[in-house]
Design a protein around this ligand. Structure first.
Ligand code: HEM
Length: 402
């Protein structure tokens, strides 16, 4: 039996060979060090994630919480967290989520499409004559933070300030998994701002369609949400809405840069863009893993997962499982995978999935329409590698100007 530790520098550098061995040799891998199970096959994660009777999210879902390591110095962490959809099991989870769902339906995502396209065109106008652009910093981050802020009801003129703080949250020091002091300062500043902003919105009162008013006006099992719960939920929406999409989008730009034939096919036939984005979401899943704790004994592959033990879902592994995807390491925009695990599954499936797809597809359509040919400047690209996220934080491209 080989050793797997998600915090091992070799795993942080390139987890994919480890994922393959886990799938083939130990699909339910137990780590005594962390008292945690790692699931790596598609079908197993698909089943476990939907089973909220056997698995609970209330004691955490981040690798730091499941594995029990401090990703920051707890003396500095004065932030008091409340409840959010990512910290509740049904039925309370169902009620809290219901307060937000209609703002995230496919029809709501569609309603934001024209605004997204206008923003994206404006950002492309700013770099098109330069012949160079950073698809993360000049395009995707600027778009994702503005769409998330619009949905939430946050001031758009603070979008760049939000981006700086959200980015800092996920920068790790040389260990590869511990937050830096700057990162912690970013979390505290962001939370202080959001706490004040929410309190002011509560004082003012309102009944708009944005997430802040929806949460402030919601009754969950007869009771209003506290400011702390609103803060945690808004923070989840802002971080979830800003951070992951640019990594998925730059994954798509990278893959199409490596496969110019498939890129040309998308340029000639833009209706291929949704399946190209779906394939990039599968291959370059930004969130490597999140998890739960076992609530009731669960049997799998002859093993018994016992209450109180941790379980981590290795989504990035599941998306490359050859039991689900033939030739999984091949990028193929014609694949049209019917299911992927990029947005999770079950009750906690990503609330922003429809919005994220819409944003990714609009950015890709607009970029390819204006920049049909480009070269990836990989010497200057920067990848984030941490225990939880993986993807480009900077991906420059060069293209001919007309
Ligand atoms: C490509 C972009 C995105 C990816 C890859 C992604 C991925 C995920 C994943 C893996 C989960 C956890 C699912 C689970 O635990 O079962 C999640 C949850 C969530 N995401 Fe996303 N997300 C993306 C974009 C967004 C956007 C744009 C928003 C909002 C504007 C958003 C809001 C949320 C929220 C609120 C949850 C918690 C849902 C719950 O626990 O009920 N995400 N996302």
């Amino acid at each position: 039996m080989f050793d797997y530790d998600p915090l091992d520098p070799r795993v942080l550098e390139d987890p994919f060979p480890f994922y393959r061995r886990l799938r083939d040799e130990a699909p339910a891998y137990y780590s005594k060090k962390y008292n945690t199970w790692f699931l790596s096959r598609f079908e197993d994660i698909w089943a476990a994630e939907r089973d909220f009777k056997h698995f609970t999210i209330v004691n955490g879902q981040m690798p730091s919480q499941i594995l029990g390591f401090e990703e920051f110095d707890s003396d500095q962490a004065e932030v008091e967290f409340g409840d959010s959809p990512a910290s509740l099991d049904p039925p309370r989870h169902t009620h809290l989520r219901a307060a937000l769902t209609s703002a995230f339906r496919p029809s709501a995502a569609q309603a934001l499409e024209a605004r997204t396209r206008e923003l994206v065109r404006g950002f492309i106008d700013e770099f098109i004559d330069r012949g160079e652009a950073d698809v993360v910093l000049d395009l995707a981050m600027r778009t994702s933070v503005r769409i998330a802020s619009t949905l939430i009801g946050l001031p758009l003129d603070m979008a760049d300030w939000f981006v700086e703080r959200v980015n800092a949250m996920f920068i790790r020091d040389e260990t590869g998994w511990q937050r830096t002091d700057d990162g912690m300062a970013g979390v505290l500043e962001l939370h202080a701002f959001l706490a004040e902003f929410i309190a002011e919105r509560r004082r003012r009162g309102g009944s708009s369609d944005d997430a802040i008013d929806r949460l402030l006006n919601a009754k969950i099992q007869g009771e209003s949400l506290s400011d702390k719960d609103c803060l945690s939920t808004i923070s989840l929406l802002l971080v979830g809405g800003t951070e992951t999409l640019p990594k998925a989008f730059s994954g798509a730009v990278y893959r199409l840069g490596k496969h110019p034939d498939q890129r040309s096919a998308c340029v000639e036939n833009p209706s291929l863009v949704p399946s190209a984005f779906q394939e990039a979401l599968r291959m370059d899943m930004p969130t490597q893993m999140l998890g739960r704790f076992v609530a009731k004994t669960w049997e799998i592959h002859g093993q018994s997962l016992e209450p109180g033990q941790g379980v981590l879902f290795l989504w990035a592994s599941a998306n490359r499982d050859d039991r689900e995807f033939p030739d999984p390491d091949r990028f193929d925009i014609q694949r049209q995978a019917p299911r992927i695990l990029t947005f999770g599954a079950g009750p906690h499936m990503c609330l922003g999935a429809h919005v994220a797809r819409m944003e990714g597809e609009v950015m890709l359509q607009e970029l390819l329409a204006r920049v049909p040919e480009y070269e990836l400047l990989m010497d200057d690209a920067v990848q984030m590698r941490s225990e939880v996220f993986r993807g480009y934080v900077s991906l420059p491209i060069r293209f001919p100007t007309t």
